[in-house]
Design a protein around this ligand. Sequence first.
Ligand code: ZN
Ligand code: ZN
Length: 159
Amino acid sequence: MIKITRKCPKAPCRGRISTAVDKAGPTEVACPVCGEPVKFEVPADLAPANGTMVGTAQSTGMVKRCACCPGREFFIRKDFPQRLGLVMVVIFGVIATYFYAYERIGMTFATLGSLVVIDAIIFFFVGKVTVCYRCRAEYRGVAYNPDHEGFDLATSEKY
Ligand SMILES: [Zn+2]
Ligand SMILES: [Zn+2]
């Protein structure tokens, strides 16, 4: 199942509109915040193949063209809220500092070590999300496109 999430184009509304994609072509979804109808133009590459190829890599669509704008460049990031990651680092940092202050060096390293382990577990389990550079629409459940890399500032500045 492919899921596309995009921001509402109607300023100043910042609603997020999600839609599940099962076929190519245009769809319209109303913004949950302001009710504005928002268009998704699903390219044929992205739509899952019609049953015939189920079970193979071909059954999942691949992002080549954005469904929300003319963008053709995408980056891949972890599907994990960055703010939550930051909060975790701060909490573990405070605990480690506390142990350090009481000269519990072993516990200090244990705390920092467990943060590394948790980070690795998260990295292993969370999915990847493909994001459009131009409009920041997010694509989940799509096949991995080898042309896409992590976020690149130089590419981002073109838009
Ligand atoms: Zn809206
Ligand atoms: Zn886009």
